[in-house]
Design a protein around this ligand. Sequence first.
Ligand code: UDP
Length: 239
Amino acid sequence: MRKKSGCVPVQRILLKISGESFGSKEPFEMLHVDHIIHDIVDAYNQGVEMGIVMGGGNIVRGAVLEKKGIPRTTGDEMGMLATVINALILRDLLRLKGIKAAIINARLIEGIGEAYQRDKCLDYLASKTILLFAGGTGHPYFTTDTAAALRAVELEAQCLLKGTKVDGVYENYSPDLARARKLDILTYEKAIRARYQVMDLTAIAFCMENRMPIRVFNLMQPGNLLRAICGEIGTWIGV
Ligand code: UDP
């Protein structure tokens, strides 16, 4: 299916985009959003069906607000709303490229997106519509990683791709990468035991129970989405 390098990507993926992948200190600076859109369009044009779970950490994280005295549940509600903002940005930027995109919102807001229904989502995917999942799981105390794991399994994606700002999972990680060693392959058990902090433990455990492979990769580098789909980069987490 991929013409350029001969790689045949999987048919359906669930992509998790962390809010921080937008790459900005200011919420709406969004330094990397153009190439992220470009990467998504590229994969779409190769026939890859895509569900995308949006994070919201570039705007609000409940746990951070809790440190300032805001109750966790309120902060998490705000975090879920932040994911809706990011989903709206992606939806409209995709539409500007002529691509059909629909927001599926776990926390229904009248007039914004639709409620999750598995059959409807499968119909959307079959009709070449990109699904943008907003609102995480719809519940406080969870993360969008867990929402991504859930949707990947429910929609029978072949892989959960976690786009971040690092190249994959590192042993002895430090920002200068002085003693760090990148892992190409990792078992679910080791990822959970070592607590590498690349992905929420609940999400990894759910993927393990349902044998959903995960690939962690750097989405901030243009062109990386197709490379990740083709298994050329990042860290693969599986059995
Ligand atoms: N959140 C939540 N329940 C969910 C998903 C997200 O309460 O199912 C809240 C939580 O406060 C979280 C914030 O939304 O910190 C943003 O999501 P996340 O941290 O997963 O975003 P990311 O770090 O991937 O940008």
